[in-house]
Design a protein around this ligand. Structure first.
Ligand code: IVH
Length: 666
């Protein structure tokens, strides 16, 4: 391929991928398969690698990959990002309508939009290119979060006209993504987010864009900020134009001539809102005509031409009958309130997590109390507070037991955590939860082995450890309830098939604290085999991108345990695959690192370790943690220690930073 051909091909691939991206993330209507998309994307990555001079900032490959920032830079909003006045009932909407008409006469049309419960952001496009994204901040000054916003796939990196325009909208996390994220966080013993809004905010506040990239954020654009070449006469036309430019606008927007129709719209959505896959907290009503908007102007805080109708908070009163304790996979004991069933935000609620003892004490929640319930972020039931006026004197103060409710061993509060934990590694509740985790979808994904079956097998003492699963026989299973010959055959087949799973599934399934499925993926791809993982030390784990010191320490401690070593040996002899079967990045055979095993040690001036590692891997090398006979090259920065000595001993080729840079730049 000539340079010219490469340039054209890169351009064509970028255009093609922009279109697929738009169809998938903005229109929700993909026209090509994921495989085809991935293939096209890889072709572009490879070509841009080869011809970096043709890689543009708006290339679809440039969504992630920026380096973590030290801090966010401030951004001034030339057109302030205002907030809105609120209306809480129909009468307040009629008052708003009257105030508008007193100033501009009776001919007023209103646009009604869903009020998305997320974070307001500003997106700046110059000559059609996305150049800067910022938070609202205090309305006058926000923070530059371009790197994070670039990872939001429904934000176009390039729009359909070479327009210079600032648009505004709300970044949010879909409910489904929020639930999945919290589930993953809880299984990694991380604090769950209280609601989708906090999850979205937490993601945009990260200095490392890789975190936002994993969070599945989305956006609806709902207004124009600075726009010198403004051509449209109404807000609804602006929305239409934004859509034409390739922005994602909300499809539920409607225009009405009378305030009574507006009120009907707010009433309809008060009920329908729970059906949406994102949270809304009200309806925004805007005067459509830009001319009238300008005539109406602003009060000190907000525009006179718009108002936010806020849905009433959905709370319910009920009785707390009991507090149930459950012991999780990591031994944490979680209290749950058992409630008299009550309707809240579209569903019946009969349980609410109380999280930990501190929360019960803080809210002074007692057995048989009358409590107010709401759904945090419209989804997760929680106890807001106790109605103390309703107390009769029969309520009982709740005390955390001193012993594990499942195994009777004493509970501990290790390292000042709020959670009480059962630290008995043989606690049946923990073993059972551990097995449920092991067979779950993101782990070994064993079909037919749901929670119920695991419980059955466990209670019949057929399984206690993971290894026991692989020793089950038809004779064990046939006598069980609801187990016919066919389901037994299928189950044993599914267990057998799971032996061939790639390493990351097994690694995640082991349930090492803080190791989620993403981290397991990274570790498996990095180390390749279980043996390599078991030989590695804390520093080796820490050298892996995205693996922090807390996780590194937890993995190292985990593999040090004799019990774990025995388990792995047993799984090996039962025939479980212990290698990573995922895709290894293809690299050209003439690359200096092709098929080479490389170790990196010491401190570097011009590059950081993660970069060095990523570049070597992209060039076909494998980066490992410790120097051995298999090591081909040691990249040694300043202050290289024992790895350097060992490389000298083993006659491994040693490169300094200058030699590395020269090779990478060649
Ligand atoms: S219009 C002056 N439209 O609600 C115009 N805001 O209190 C101000 N919001 O800060 C914004 N959905 O974060 C507008 N369709 C929508 C909205 C919306 C959510 C948020 C936004 C704003 C706050 C207004």
């Amino acid at each position: 391929m000539t340079r010219d051909e490469a340039k054209q091909r890169i351009q064509a691939l970028q255009d093609e991928l922009h279109q697929y991206n738009y169809e998938y993330h903005v229109l929700d209507n993909p026209t090509v398969s994921d495989d085809y998309y991935d293939k096209t994307f890889r072709e572009l990555i490879n070509l841009e690698d080869e011809y970096p001079e043709f890689q543009t900032a708006d290339s679809p490959t440039q969504r992630v990959g920026a380096e973590p920032l030290d801090q966010f830079v401030k951004v001034d909003h030339n057109v302030p990002m205002l907030s809105l006045g609120n209306a809480f009932n129909a009468q307040e909407l009629r008052d708003f309508d009257r105030r508008v008409k007193e100033r501009v006469g009776d001919q007023v049309r209103y646009v009604c939009e869903l009020k998305i419960d997320g974070l307001a952001v500003s997106l700046l496009y110059e000559n059609g290119q996305f150049v800067r994204g910022a938070t609202r901040g205090d309305g006058k000054t926000g923070e530059d979060i371009t790197q994070n916003l670039k990872t939001v796939k429904s934000i176009p990196l390039k729009i359909r006209e070479e327009e210079t325009i600032e648009v505004r909208g709300e970044v949010f996390m879909p409910k489904r993504s929020f639930l999945a994220l919290n589930e993953a966080r809880e299984s990694n013993s991380e604090e769950p987010f209280a609601n989708p809004r906090n999850a979205a905010a937490g993601s945009l506040r990260q200095l490392d864009p890789k975190i936002a990239a994993r969070r599945n954020l989305d956006i609806f654009l709902y207004s124009v900020g600075e726009w010198e070449a403004a051509t449209t006469a109404s807000h609804s036309e602006r929305l239409k134009y934004m859509k034409e430019l390739g922005f994602k606008t909300n499809p539920e927007t409607e225009t009405f001539e009378s305030i009574e129709d507006v009120i009907q719209f707010t009433e309809d959505w008060t009920v329908k809102r729970h059906e949406l896959d994102y949270e809304i907290d009200g309806i925004v009503i805007k005067v459509d005509s830009i001319d009238l908007q300008e005539r109406l102007g602003f009060t000190a805080k907000s525009p006179r031409w718009a108002i936010a109708y806020k849905f009433p908070a959905e709370e319910a009163v009920t009785t707390l009958h009991d507090i149930e304790l459950s012991v999780g996979r990591t031994g944490a004991v979680t209290p749950t309130a058992i409630l008299e069933p009550v309707q809240v935000a579209g569903t019946t609620v009969q349980r609410a997590s109380l999280h930990n003892e501190d929360l019960i004490i803080e809210k002074d929640i007692r057995l048989h109390d009358t409590v107010i319930i709401k759904k945090a972020g419209d989804i997760i039931p929680e106890v807001v507070r106790v109605v103390t006026d309703e107390r009769t004197g029969n309520e009982q103060v709740f005390r955390m037991p001193e012993n594990c409710p499942e195994c009777g061993e004493p509970l501990e509060q290790p390292g000042g955590e709020v959670a009480w934990r059962c630290v008995n590694p043989n606690c049946p509740a923990q073993l059972k939860e551990g097995l449920i985790h092991f067979v779950s979808r993101n782990a070994m994904n064993i079909d037919g082995l749901g929670e119920k079956v695991i419980e059955q097998l466990f209670d019949h003492e057929l399984i206690q450890t993971i290894a026991d699963l692989y020793k089950l026989t038809p004779d064990d299973l046939l006598p069980l309830e609801r187990m016919g010959q066919k389901s037994v055959d299928n189950l044993l087949k599914a267990i057998e098939t799971s032996k061939d799973n790639s390493l990351e599934r097994l690694l995640f399934g082991l349930g090492i604290r803080f190791v989620g499925s993403k981290a397991a993926d990274t570790l498996a791809a990095q180390f390749g085999t279980m043996d390599a993982l078991m030989e590695a030390d804390k520093d080796d784990f820490e050298a892996v991108p995205d693996i922090g010191d807390k996780m590194a320490a937890s993995i190292a401690t985990y593999f040090e345990q004799d019990q774990v070593k025995q388990l792995i040996d047993e799984l090996k002899s039962l025939g479980l695959n212990m290698t990573y079967l995922g895709e290894i990045v293809e690299a050209s055979e003439d690359s200096p690192f092709y098929d080479k095993t490389v170790v990196i040690t010491g401190k570097f001036t011009d590059m950081n370790r993660q970069d060095i590692k990523a570049q070597i891997e992209a060039l076909g090398g494998q980066v490992t943690g410790s120097v051995s006979k298999k090591t081909d090259i040691l990249i040694a920065g300043d202050d290289a220690g024992s790895k350097y000595d060992k490389a000298v001993d083993l006659n491994v080729s040693i490169w300094d930073e200058a030699q590395l840079l020269e090779t990478l730049e060649a």
